[in-house]
Design a protein around this ligand. Structure first.
Ligand code: F6P
Length: 330
């Protein structure tokens, strides 16, 4: 193996992963090239050399130095063929794809339909990949959201208001639950669980009658719009609410140490696996150990409450109401 390519999605820790790949590959005298703008760049042959120096000083940077895009074109067979041809014409012996479900699905197509050796590294703030304990970017996203939430709490307490905070997570309530528990929030709404809004409103009214004046309610974007939940609360309780949508700030920021170390381990492991001839697999950490997972066993984690396991398995009893509600006991 003389030359490998890297293609990425964006979230904190992706740059640290690119760096780990380049540094590991160079140790084996393997050259690394970066594909710009994700699968669109692969179709357009937008490929640059990544030498040792080009990855200096990026370990702490959010986003991706390679830029990225959600490629609609890569769904078309004709475009896929162009991408595969470009890989071959650039003498790329193997590709490492860093990203979430969509990116990894593209990697699977290249491996199985075009015979390109490909290894995937799960990286998404949603932490919704099957068989993977933690995806790169998720820890930073939780910490970014938590930092924002602590600030919201200052004003919520001072102004005696109800805040509804919408966090990211289209199909997975991982961020919402982590933030709700770590931030000491009153309620959390996630896609994986039914939620009784009447019960919540009744409790708010009752709490308010007894002198409670502020609430922080976390809503995962995939469950409901924060503003809809807020208007129901106002309508049913007659109390003032405010809405904060945290949005894309959760995908940025300096990666936490957990994300940087995950990036270093998975980037290094991916190069080694590709060099050893593995393809159509993802690398990951399971129970603390580096593992490879056949692509078919990854895929998106739908409605399986990935985040739930931390509550069920963990001993995080600090916030018993949320905890019990999440576990379905309340
Ligand atoms: O999948 C990661 C994610 O950040 C989701 O949490 C969010 O719903 C989505 O991407 C946003 O996508 P886009 O940046 O394309 O709007």
């Amino acid at each position: 193996m003389k030359r490998i390519g890297v293609l990425t999605r964006d979230c904190a820790g992706v740059n640290a992963t690119i760096r780990a790949i380049v540094r590991t590959a160079n140790k084996y005298d393997i050259e690394v090239v970066g594909v710009l703008r994700g699968y669109d760049g692969l179709i357009d042959d937008d490929i640059i050399l990544l030498d040792r120096r080009s990855v200096s000083g990026i370990i702490n940077q959010g986003g991706t130095i390679l830029k990225t895009a959600r490629s609609k074109r890569f769904f078309i067979e004709f475009e896929q063929k162009k991408a595969a041809k470009n890989l071959k014409e650039n003498n790329i012996d193997g590709l490492i794809v860093i990203g979430g479900d969509g990116s990894l699905r593209g990697a699977h197509v290249l491996a199985t339909q075009y015979n390109i050796p490909v290894i995937g590294i799960p990286a998404t703030i949603d932490n919704d990949i099957n068989g993977v304990d933690l995806t790169i970017g998720a820890d930073t996203a939780v910490n970014v959201a938590l930092d924002a939430l602590d600030k919201i709490r200052d004003t919520a307490t001072s102004l005696e208001r109800i805040f509804v905070v919408e966090v990211m997570g289209r199909e997975c309530g991982y961020i919402a639950m982590q933030v709700a528990l770590a931030g000491g929030c009153e309620e959390v709404l996630i896609p994986e669980k039914n939620f009784d809004i009447d019960r919540m409103c009744k409790e708010i009214k009752e709490g308010n009658r007894k002198g409670k004046t502020s609430w922080i309610i976390i809503v995962a974007e995939g469950k409901a719009k924060g503003r809809d939940i807020a208007s129901i609360i106002t309508e049913k309780t007659n109390l003032e609410t405010r809405v904060v949508v945290l949005g894309h700030i959760q995908r940025g920021g300096h990666p936490t140490s957990i994300d940087r170390i995950l990036a270093a381990r998975l980037g290094n492991y991916a190069v080694n696996m590709l060099k050893d001839g593995l393809t159509d697999h993802c690398v990951s950490i399971k129970d603390g150990k580096l593992v490879t997972i056949l692509w078919d066993r990854t895929g998106k984690k739908y409605n399986q409450g990935k985040g739930l396991s931390v509550f069920v398995d963990g001993n995080l009893a600090a916030h018993s109401t949320i905890l019990e509600r999440i576990e379905g006991k309340l």
